[in-house]
Design a protein. Sequence first.
Lengths: 576, 666
Amino acid sequence: MARKIFLFIAIFSLALSVFAADDSKIEVPLRFDRYYNYEDVVKALEVLHAAYPDLTKLESMGVSEEGRKIYVLTINNSKTGSELEKPGVWVDGNIHGNEIQAGEVCLYYANMLLTKYGENEKITKAVDRNVHYIVPVVNVDGRAHFFDDANTPNSSRSIRVPKDDDGDGLFDEDAPDDLDGDGSICQMRIKDPNGAYKADSEDPRIMVRVKPGEKGEYTILGSEGMDNDGDGRFNEDAEGYLDPNRNWGFNWMPDYVQRGAGNFPLSGIGLKAINDYVAKHPNIIMNFAFHNNGGMWLRVPAEKSTQIPQSDVAAYDVIGKEAIKITPGYVYMPAYDLYPTYGDSDGQFFFVFGSYSLVGELFIRTQETYSEKPKAASYNDEERGGGIERDREELKFNDNVVQGELYHDWKPFHHPVYGDIEIGGWVKMSSRLPHPFMLNDLVHRNASVVLLAATETPEVEMKVFETKDLGNNLKRVRIRLENKNGLSTMTAQAVKDKLYTIDHLKVSGAKVIASGKIDDYRLDKVTYKETKPEIQFFALPGHSSAEYEFIIEGKGKVTFVYVSQKAKNVSTSITL
Amino acid sequence: MLKKLFFLLLSGCLIIPVNRLAAQSASSGKYHSPQEVQQVLKQLGNKSNTKLHQVAVSPGGAPVTVLEIGTNLNDAPAVFVGANFEGNVPLATEGALYFAQMLLDSAIYTQNTKWYILAHPNPDASRDYFAAVKTGAATNMLVINNDADEATDEDGPDDLNSDGMITQMRVKDLEGEYIVSKNDARILDKADKSKGERGEYKVYSEGIDNDLDKLYNEDGVGGVNIGITFPHLFPYTNQEAGRYSGESPETYGIMRFIYDRPNIAMVYTLGTSNFCLVPPKGGRKGGANLESIKIPERYGRMLGIDISKSYSMDEVIEMFKARVPAGMEVTPSMVAGFLGLGATVNPLDEDMVFYKKYAEDYKKFLEAQKFNTDLLDPTPAKDGSFELWAYYHLGVPSFSMCLFSVAKVKEEKKADGEVVSMDDVEKMSTEDFVALGDEKIGAFLKANNAPEQFSAEHVKQMMESGQVTPKMMVGMMKKMPKPEKEGELSEKDKALLAYSEKEPDGKGFVAWQKINHPTLGEVEVGGYAPYLETTPKAELIDSLAKTQLPWLLKLSAQLPKFAIESEKVTDMGAGIYKLEIYVANNGAFPYPTAMGERNSQPAPVILTLAGDFELLEGKMRTPVGSLGANQVKKYIWLLKSKKGDVTATIESAVFTDAVKQIKIGG
């Protein structure tokens, strides 16, 4: 019972805290030297839609737990065809509420496509040939609270479904508290001659673990906060925790296997709404989900017991191996190499909807440099974890490059339980987010990878390359199909799993006596099909061609059409 | 009369008025169509203490509803009863309706317990039994293009012999794999090449190749089988499960309804498995063992430990704590997720204790009613089934019941000496078993299909060296496949054929009949009728329900019950008191179950204190933790108080709260 009541109170009180934060003007072209809170993101989408009404559609896919709308901006040039007949490119971001720059990448992508349409040839082609679904904020409540409330760089990640993290029968009752009212949850330390930490000799802001036998100066008390529920523990039952990227259907595992799973697949109502929307857009063939951080392009599978066909890996490589050149310092790898996850959105897109899904882990913190010769940012444990040299450089970057905006110096505070302590450390907008001066570079490079993927979505060409009279009113017609781009018309996994109607070449207008796949047309080597010769089922992998032969009886107009759920269909006719 | 007797039995000396007339509305000795079921539920949901909740609409447009009984209770544990998730077990739906009526006929079952009855979670599939042509399919109307060709639902089965049933077709074919069984001409056996047999028949389900792709009936109407769509061991490779759990609205709506009600403390499932008689199956490989964790190499390096060793969860948590930032909490699920330890796939030993105990009790309960228990084994619960999900994910006791199974054919005792039974051997000491002598041991091993290397001599040696006991051996043998005796039909075929000749008026097996098939030429249509195994004549519904369902009422009377059993206040002087409170679980089930403890899903039971005092030691809210059946645990506080009472409350989202005033000081 208590659970229900609490849920009620939680939802009600949080719903009241929604208000507009930043009233700086939002207009087209959008600016990317700033971050957009939830209301700003909505405004930005509205102004883009208002400026390009013919090319865009702005829809709410559904609402979140706290009633916020989850928007998708669709960019499609209806003059070049209707939406569902074009290969769809989906870009979403900010599924984790704190990973906000992912939203800016999405907004930048939309802004770039629209403002450069008609000016830049590559972009114009991508707008004309593809349809783009842009969802800057998946976790709308998480983003709203990240801006509105005091947070660490890591908090407000979850979906707002209360959870009793500490098993005391109460929900979300002991979150960190912004004791000094600076809008960030920092760290607390207390002077303690028996403590395990001392100040760094070079930069006393840095806490260093003492060596065995060495005398300490401080004890680190953890995140800023109080024991709100009087159980002797601090901040142990904060908001949520339902991780929106562990709650999707494919390969979902419950919470005891993986924290944050939620009670059952797609129990998050906003996620369910998004899932239902995607299900109605079977043309989506490429999708990006942007996160932070670390600088990675992650492909499926996210867990090692699942394997994907080699030809799908090859298709991913077309994007991944180029992407790491566009975003220097990023690595491209299967997601399971990071750590195993279950029920993530990329698995759902790939294994349920048959789309090539990539996760972009934005931002490499080692790009925050203060050095004559910055070391090339690279992904390895030493540099990611830091080390004291790196800690010092980060602080110097803060002091000298961003004028101290990312770090809160230790300041005395009188804590109701601990007495005299100090509060300080990296602020909310640090650590996982680029300072706004670096944001433009980040959003541009990552949006360029999305554009690259759009240009690699399949494009099929078909021609009749030979017609031969076999006598007896029979003709032999040979067709060549070519996919000029890097992604297959259908993933090999989708073919294997029979996810949907397999792409096919179909003949109409005359009776087909026999048909087959040509293995070698010069030697007349053909593999004939036993049944239904008028239809041949096959996907066209990236940069490949295939040849088929049909033996047709009669005269008149015969039409060949290649039908694909995701690639644009093509057809050709001949008169026999 | 019987019903009255049973109530007497159940409630000891309490005499309960039984409204026998009321029972008629739900159970009238017939199978109700989904529309009729909905009608009955509407009537039942219209009473002062009932409510009908709609949880979903099936893809075929039928409502999925849950009948709540005991709406007047606000703070009480609930039992959820689900029936016929596969849709093709109409008896289970009837059982649920009968059960609902039993609950409504007496006030006793709703005194302290709320009930949720889900009588037809798969209404689309449930239509099949009432259709002009019965297929026996379990799938709903979710549109699935099973063969991924250009058409959907274009090649379902066809009733070629117009008998209103889809059975099988056998066709003479040089590439066939089957031969007519030497034991019974109705049955087909796989040809055994090693015995020089060559196949003669191909076997298909009854129908034509509607889409002319040389595949028969591979893309019929529908859908997914709700009975395998729940997320424990969701069968991704089975098309009938769909692509993920909850894809179909029935499953999603049911899961949402249940998780919105944390007071559900027990789950019953009526269908084809029978946890009441045969506890959930163990022995599956690949589950997480949290007491013996292997650390992958890359994390081993990071943690600086010996990766050749295994570690307990507590040890691993300590290792991680040393590596994470100060103050960050490390939980078992965090570690399990990080290391990718995976899900629990076998029932936990502690829970098998109550499953086994109640299986034995249930057998006695049935025998006392002269109910034949020598039946074909119930189907083991399927991956993705509701009953497994309830045990593994909800973490509550999950009992399933199969109301009908076909009786086994009684084996005639062999003339040449009697073979000792497994049950007898299980109870024997090693000495007694060895004393049986080589001949009897050999006969026992042979009769039970022991692998050849287990000769009487070998087994005796193993016993004498203490490697194995008779009990262990029988345990292993019971897990092996049932012996297929040379020159005999399988136990199941024997039972089904015998049954099909008597009970369903000889219609249980459709005799092979020649038919001219449009693409296969001459074929024979025949085989077991759909529903033969699961669905007896409607006249039997009431007696089957009446004999078996009361067991579920007995079980639910054993739910955990928390009480403050006793308390003690010790004056320590200077206004300081020691308070000791004894909390008891007066039920016969532990709370939570071992699985519930593993998955932290059931809501905690909390002991709270209130009053005018200051705590020196202990907490205002103390999680009671796990409490076994009939177990008492002591909790201690040190408090400073001037006067007055302390109010102690047992608080939980599951059970009825219990409050006690405790006087402190003079």
